[in-house]
Every structure is written in C-alpha cells, then in structure tokens.
Write a protein that binds this ligand. Structure first.
Ligand SMILES: Cc1cc2nc3c(=O)[nH]c(=O)nc-3n(C[C@H](O)[C@H](O)[C@H](O)COP(=O)(O)OP(=O)(O)OC[C@H]3O[C@@H](n4cnc5c(N)ncnc54)[C@H](O)[C@@H]3O)c2cc1C
Length: 507
C-alpha cells in the first residue's frame, strides 16, 4: 500500500519510534537499499538531509553501462559485473532504462588505433556475455562533428535512463513506501549512539525545524560522499573511505540529428568525453577532478566550464555559444579506497569497485562507491550481510514476503503543468507536493521534473520569461514562502549565468 506524504510539516500520524533498519542517505545507493530491505520484509526508515537524490544522484551521466573505460585498469571482474547489472536492468522491462546505441570515436592523431579500439570493444562485448549487439565499424557522419579529427567510429551498445537519474531514485523510494517503510526527506541524521544493543538516533526535521528520535536495530550508512562523516559521527568502524572526484556536465541544446550516444577519445589519460541525447537537450562532459573536500565540490566553477567549452571547440564543428548552454550539472563521485590510501592519481586510475564495510559490534553497514548501474547488486549483497547481523525479518510479513524490488505498480501521475511556449507537460505540482514529498520549488524544478535543466536560468527562461508561471508554481508548492523561493531561484540562476559568462569570456 502506498501512503500519501503528510501535506503539513508535522510528522505523519503513526510515525514510528522504532524500526529494524535506519538507512541514512536518499541517493541511489540508499534508495536501492530501501527497496531491497523493504521487499525482504524489514521495517525500515530512510532519511535524507536534503531532497531525495539531492546529492550526486542528480548529477550523473545517466548511463547504465558496463564500464568500458575501466578495462584500461584491467578491472575485468568489475566490468563483467557492471555489464551483468546493466543487462539485468534492461531485462526488468521497466520504463527506467533503454538500450543506448553508442559510437566510440577514435582520434586520427594522438589516440588509440582503430584496430586496438575494435579489439577492446570486442573483448568488452565478450565480457558482457555477448548480450548486446556485436560492435561494428560505423562510418556514418554527423554534421556537428569536427571533420577530419576522428577515424571511422565503432558502434556498440549500453543503456541509458529514460527520464532522469533523480526520477529513478525517487521512484524507487516512493515505490517502496509502505506502512512499515517510511522515507523522510529534508530530515538529517544529527547524532547516533549505540546503546544497549540498539541505535538511538536524533534526527532533525528541517521543514518543521523540530527534532525526532528513533530507535533502530541496525544502521545502514548510504550517505555517498558524506558517508565518511556519518561513520565518524556514529563512531562506526570502517576499512574504507571515499576519494572524491568532481564531475561536471554542460546541458546543451540537442544538436540536430543527434540520435546516438557519442564517446569522444580525449587523447589524455585514456579518457573520453561523451555527447549524449537527453530529451530536447544533450549532456556534454564529464570532467574528472580529484577534490580534497566536499565543500564547494558540488558547485561547478569557471575552470570546469572552460575545460568543457575548449573540448567542445576541439571536437565539434562549431564551438558552443552562450545560448547553446541550458544548465550545469555537478556531482562528486564517491570512489571507495582503503583508509590509508593517498589519492594522487587521475581519478579514472582508481578502482571503481564498491565496498561493504560491516561493523558487527554495532550492527552497522557502510556502503562505499555506489553507482547507478550496480546499485541493485550492491543492495542485494548488503542486505544479505544485514540479514546475518539482525536475523530474518519478523512481524511485518516475514521472510516469506520477499518480492522483486522495484516492481511496485506506479500510481498514475497527472501531468498538467506547462509553460505557454513549450509543448512538454509536467507532473501536477499539487500532486508532487502531496504524493511525492516535494516541499520546495527547486525540488520540483530539478528533481520531480527536468525543467531546471532543459530551460535556461533554472526554469525561469531567457529574460525570466517564465517568471509568472514559476511564481504560481512556487505558491502551490511553498505557499506563503513562494515569493522567497522565487527570489532564491533568481539568485541561483544569476550565479549560474555568472559562471557561464566568465567561462565564455576566458575560453
Ligand atoms: C559526473 C558523474 C557522472 C556519473 N555517471 C554515472 C553513470 O553514467 N552511471 C552510473 O552508474 N554512475 C554514474 N556516476 C556515479 C553515480 O552518480 C554515483 O556514484 C551515485 O549517484 C552515488 O549515489 P549515492 O546514493 O551513493 O550518493 P548520493 O546521491 O550523493 O546520496 C547521498 C545522500 O546522503 C544524504 N546525506 C548525507 N549526510 C546525511 C545525513 N547526515 N543525514 C541524512 N542524509 C544525509 C545526502 O543528502 C545525499 O542525498 C556518475 C557520477 C558523476 C559525478
């Protein structure tokens, strides 16, 4: 049974004081874990200090891919597992992912030879169990590619998300909610103490600015790049920590005729950049930069944008112009490394394996290095470890209630919001508020819909042409605080414009 979210900031009646599992983090790793443990019959509470998918899970390349690039580190086992996870996701037959026709473009000068790439793709195809189409030479040309820079391309297949990464994450969380399974966004874990064989935690509900407390048999730390901080706060033992790799994409107008996912050889670090279609837009990027701390890592700066503009000028027939760039995406990849690791390498040289650290004494599990592609497999393995820690679920259906995660029927979503000058229709804001825990204007524009990324100025439009519609939207979602929310949005749009202007001037 799917429960509506309370429409006021008050805690819902029946809010539990005790649960089996507390999951910290509502990114894709926490979402996958939530639906896995709920499907096994555990009572669970998931909390996120911001909106669901408000961390890196709203900033990915939105691919379910086998990790072709990780073959350069000879990580064949990881590649095999990622291919399996990609193909399992496709076979589930949901509308979350679809097969994505890719084309690898080797450089004419300074890159890998075409025969080497062909051999690598053939090996990749075999590692993936030959479940996708066999790679082949693809001579088709695109008018927007820099003529003369590339050898003939090689076609192969991956998978890509249909709507967005944030929407996948959200749907997993919403679909798993039940009487014994609660998910609270804008609710931060502030303290966690292991007392008398239980976790006693203090949460802070940011909407009502009030504390909540909860007792849990076990704690799953799925806080992405914040997981190290959560482990420190709760004094949980771990063998791993995260190295942090910042990644930025430009969201650009989709070039006419872009019907493939393109991987451009960079000629440096064995890395590639991609141009991938996404509705009326395309993603150009990503960057890979090791950063020391999370602070500021979620904010794209002039250097990130300039790098991508310069790369576009090299690889595309026409350099990007300011009106081509619709928005920016920025996240930090949580890369699992041993605690004593000193990260000096190019981030792509670091292993992309995930790690599950179990603190038996405190019944705590910390997840490192989660990815979209492998999040289901990671959650299944972590839930097996959880079962060994806390025993089979009791009281809400028992072990027999295990069901296929993610298969809950999706409720009908009315779509009645649109801009006068756009065709796209978006989810009813009142429905998003009442049924999808959408508390803030930015939650709606960025994660319940893709408006903030497909429309200039975070949805306000060029010259703030959508200001009236956005103001009405803000009132539906935030009530009296609507006008403040619009001011905040304008400030964020101005900041994004400044970053872009500064990068265009210097590129
Ligand atoms: C540029 C880029 C491209 C990528 N492309 C792909 C791709 O194409 N395919 C793929 O599979 N992967 C991709 N990834 C990797 C993938 O996006 C991430 O690994 C994944 O999103 C991480 O999810 P997560 O849930 O672990 O972390 P997050 O999404 O960051 O979630 C962690 C959550 O924990 C919450 N939290 C933190 N502290 C607390 C607290 N005290 N209390 C409550 N909540 C808390 C945060 O608010 C946050 O929402 C990409 C990553 C980047 C950066």
């Amino acid at each position: 049974m799917t429960l509506p979210f309370p429409s006021s900031a008050e805690a819902a009646p029946g809010t539990p004081e005790e649960t089996d599992v507390l999951i910290v983090g509502g990114g894709v790793t926490g979402a996958a874990m939530f639906r896995e443990v709920v499907s096994r019959g555990y009572r669970a509470v998931l909390v996120d200090k911001g909106d669901f998918a408000g961390g890196t899970s709203q900033a990915s390349g939105m691919l379910a891919w086998g990790g072709l690039l990780y073959m350069r580190n000879l990580e064949f086992g990881t590649v095999r597992k990622l291919c399996r996870a990609r193909d399992d996701w496709i076979s589930e037959g949901t509308d979350e992912v679809q097969v994505a026709p890719f084309r690898y473009l080797p450089l004419k000068k300074g890159g890998r030879s075409s025969s080497f790439v062909r051999l690598a793709l053939e090996t990749y195809w075999h590692l993936g169990g030959r479940r996708r189409s066999r790679p082949f030479r693809d001579q088709s040309s695109h008018p927007f590619l820099h003529q003369g820079r590339f050898q003939a391309g090689l076609a192969y297949e991956e998978a890509a998300m249909v709507q967005s990464d944030a929407r996948v994450t959200l749907d997993w969380i919403l679909g798993a909610r039940a009487e014994h399974a609660h998910a609270w966004n804008h609710c931060a874990l502030e303290a966690a103490d292991w007392q008398d064989g239980h976790w006693q935690v203090r949460l802070h509900d940011r909407r009502s600015d009030s504390p909540r407390s909860l007792r849990a048999k076990a704690l799953v730390n799925a806080a992405g790049v914040w997981a190290d901080g959560v482990a420190d706060m709760a004094a949980i033992q771990t063998e791993h920590r995260h190295a942090l790799s910042k990644g930025v994409y430009l969201v650009v107008q989709r070039p006419k005729g872009l019907d493939q996912y393109l991987a451009f050889e960079m000629g440096e670090h064995g890395d590639t950049l991609t141009l991938t279609p996404w509705g009326p837009a395309a993603l150009w990027g990503p960057t890979e930069t090791l950063v020391e701390s999370i602070d500021g890592g979620f904010q794209p700066d002039g250097n990130d944008v300039r790098f991508l503009l310069d790369q576009a000028a090299r690889n595309l027939s026409t350099p990007l112009k300011p009106h081509d760039v619709l928005s920016l995406r920025c996240g930090i990849r949580p890369l699992a490394v041993k605690k004593n690791h000193r990260a000096t390498k190019y981030p792509l040289d670091l292993s992309r394996k995930h790690a599950i650290d179990v603190d038996r004494a405190k019944r705590a599990i910390t997840l490192f290095g989660g990815k979209f592609t492998s999040s289901g497999a990671l959650a299944a393995r972590a839930a097996d470890r959880l079962e060994r820690l806390v025993g089979a679920p009791r009281g809400v259906g028992g072990a027999g209630s295990r069901g296929a995660p993610g298969k809950a029927p999706r409720p009908h979503r009315p779509t009645n919001f649109c801009f006068a000058d756009h065709q796209a229709r978006w989810i009813d804001p009142a429905f998003a508020r009442d049924q999808e825990a959408c508390w803030l204007l930015v939650d709606y524009l960025r994660r319940r819909t893709s408006i903030a990324q497909w429309t200039p100025r975070l949805g306000l439009g060029a010259g703030d042409s959508h200001l009236d519609e956005i103001s009405r939207l803000a009132e539906v979602i935030e009530g009296d605080r609507g006008s403040l929310a619009v001011e905040g949005l304008r400030a964020a749009a101005n900041l994004q414009d400044e970053t872009l202007e500064c990068a265009f001037m210097r590129s």
